[in-house]
Design a protein around this ligand. Structure first.
Ligand code: FEO
Length: 170
């Protein structure tokens, strides 16, 4: 059974994951109307879907542990960006914020001696390490190539390989 505090914190994370999905959906929609970055656009759409999956996983977990997952109201995300680099900067900052939030959940699960939730959260801890690392790699690449058309063309090709998991077991 989840403590009240744990349940409230997990529900807050439901909102954060749902909001993340909206944030990346907005990036995807903006990218879709920029010329020549189809793969970057698809990356944002895929990322938005992944965040929804993160949210659903939490909803099922809360309900299965005797709590009640509350579907949250969401804020309108930022809709436009000065450049692709700005969008990826925002993505990295957002992922760092999500990681901090997951860490707080882990703290609460330990305070509660709630080892089932602690175990469940390890998936999110690992996921955040990957997502932050991917976002950093992309931001660094974009800083190197800049926003010129030729660089972006190459980045748009690279992003398929960059965002494909390296581990064949995944
Ligand atoms: Fe589910 Fe990218 O945080």
């Amino acid at each position: 059974m989840l403590s009240e505090k744990m349940q409230a914190a997990l529900n807050e994370q439901v909102k954060i994951e749902a909001q993340s999905s909206q944030v990346y959906l907005a990036m995807a929609s903006w990218a879709e109307i920029q010329p020549g970055i189809d793969n970057i656009t698809q990356f944002f759409y895929n990322h938005s879907d992944e965040e929804r999956m993160h949210m659903l996983k939490l909803i099922h977990f809360i309900n299965e542990r005797g709590g009640f997952a509350k579907v949250p109201a969401l804020e309108q995300p930022i809709l436009t960006f000065p450049s692709i680099s700005h969008a990826f900067d925002a993505l990295l900052k957002h992922e760092i914020f999500v990681s901090e939030s997951i860490n707080k959940l882990v703290d609460i699960s330990l305070q509660d001696k709630d080892y089932a939730t602690h175990n469940f959260l390890q998936w999110y801890v690992a996921e955040q390490i990957e997502e932050e690392s991917l976002a950093r790699t992309m931001k660094d690449k974009l800083e190197m190539i800049g926003d010129e058309k030729s660089g972006l063309y190459l980045f748009d090709k690279d992003i398929i390989e960059l965002s494909t998991p390296k581990d064949p077991m995944i």
